[in-house]
Design a protein. Structure first.
Length: 198
């Protein structure tokens, strides 16, 4: 371990690989609320957060688990369509709380073009939240509605039915055909819009 009078121990969350304090400082300098997006192996989480001296205050939040509980979502809760719908939810909730603009905070996730964190951003933008971004980072409409998943399911069902049953076991447990995902996505999206347009 490094020693000496000039050595400084890094903050605990930096040592644990949880927070990049340089990026956080830059976010805070903007003075705007942050659209915080985090993903786990099973879920997508989105929050609109305001930084205050005593700590962060969450103004609006959405979790992809809500899609199953409130909107009868039958797809996976960690894929691109679920990320978009979670972003749509948090965007509408932020607007309801009077937040009209924010900056995107993806934490330590890599900024890969078309990634799920940017699908959340697309959902929040479509809800009406203003977030500075470059349009080419957003996923395509086909990916957002899950067309790539339904096409893969169709090909797999034709070529390898056993592999299809294995890969889409959770969908089949819910008595849902993954080939119908784009239509189901539109139904859930319209249900969310209807809930927040009244």
């Amino acid at each position: 371990m490094a020693r000496g009078p000039r050595y400084k121990v890094k903050f605990r969350r930096r040592r644990e690989g949880k927070t990049n304090y340089y990026k956080r400082y830059k976010y805070l300098l903007s003075g705007k609320p942050r659209l915080v997006v985090r993903k786990t192996l099973r879920y997508i989480i989105a929050q609109v957060v305001i930084a205050k001296p005593e700590g962060d205050h969450t103004i609006a939040a959405a979790h992809s688990r809500e899609l199953v509980k409130k909107y009868n979502w039958k797809g996976a809760t960690d894929n691109t369509p679920a990320a978009y719908l979670t972003g749509l939810l948090v965007g509408f909730r932020a607007l309801k709380c009077g937040i009209t603009e924010a900056i995107l905070d993806i934490g330590l996730h890599r900024a890969v073009r078309g990634a799920r964190v940017f699908a959340v951003l697309k959902g929040a933008l479509d809800a009406g939240l203003k977030v500075p971004h470059s349009p080419e980072i957003l996923p395509s409409e086909d990916r957002i509605c899950g067309k790539h998943i339904s096409e893969y399911a169709r090909l797999l069902k034709e070529k390898n039915p056993e592999e299809f049953k294995l890969r889409f076991s959770k969908y089949l447990e819910r008595n849902f055909d993954p080939e119908l995902l784009p239509q189901h996505f539109e139904e859930v999206k319209n249900a969310i819009i209807k809930d927040y347009s009244s």
